[in-house]
Ligand binder design. Structure first.
Ligand SMILES: [Cu+2]
Length: 203
């Protein structure tokens, strides 16, 4: 070392000391600066982490909102499906008693009136799809689909396309059935095209 440092002694030694001091100062500044930079970097990293945190939070919110949307859409779907069911049921041909109501107590003569929807009520004759005429029977159940309705007691045919009748009935409980048959009196393959009510005829 001595040999190496020997030429630097004297005037050079001063410069060397001064340079060393400057170098050390610069180094300390650099360290301090680096420290600042590091602090800045750390701060930035922290900020980025916050940003990431914020970004991470957003999908959570989105998930919540999408859950809400899913719930809403599932509600909507439920409502839609129930609407569809209602539409389906409302599209189905149906026949019913406007009067008397099921379970009613009435006096003779009894007025019967039939309601119908999604089926064309027309006089007997030609067979048209989605069309037919009423048949009423006393104390008789619905006939299976595709069966010819007897043109005899207990069945009454409304071959003129009528939808009401007044009948003299014995006192007591009666089950009255109405069923749609096509132009040739054959029952149709629709559950809604036959219905019954039970009524009590008072003395
Ligand atoms: Cu008939």
């Amino acid at each position: 070392m001595r040999t190496l440092l020997a030429p630097l002694k004297g005037r050079y030694g001063f410069y060397l000391t001064a340079l060393t001091c400057i170098f050390l100062l610069c180094l300390s500044f650099a360290c301090a600066g680096g420290g600042e930079e590091e602090a800045e970097e750390a701060e930035e990293a922290g900020h980025e982490a916050d940003m990431e945190h914020a970004v991470a939070e957003e999908p959570a919110e989105m998930t919540e909102s999408s859950d809400a949307e899913t719930a809403e859409s599932s509600d909507a779907e439920t409502a839609e499906s129930s609407d569809t069911e209602m539409e389906e049921s409302s599209d189905a041909p149906r026949v019913w008693f406007i009067t008397p109501e099921d379970g009613a107590t009435v006096t003779s003569p009894v007025a019967f009136e039939f309601g119908s929807e999604n089926i064309t009520i027309e006089p007997k004759g030609d067979i048209h799809e989605g069309a037919g005429h009423h048949h009423l029977a006393l104390n008789t159940e619905c006939l299976p689909a595709g069966e010819a309705i007897p043109e005899a007691d207990p069945w009454v045919h409304f071959g003129d396309g009528a939808a009401m009748i007044e009948m003299q009935l014995e006192p007591g409980e009666h089950t009255i059935t109405i069923q749609i048959g096509d132009g040739e009196h054959v029952t149709l393959d629709e559950a809604g095209l036959c219905t019954s009510v039970t009524i009590t005829v008072s003395e």
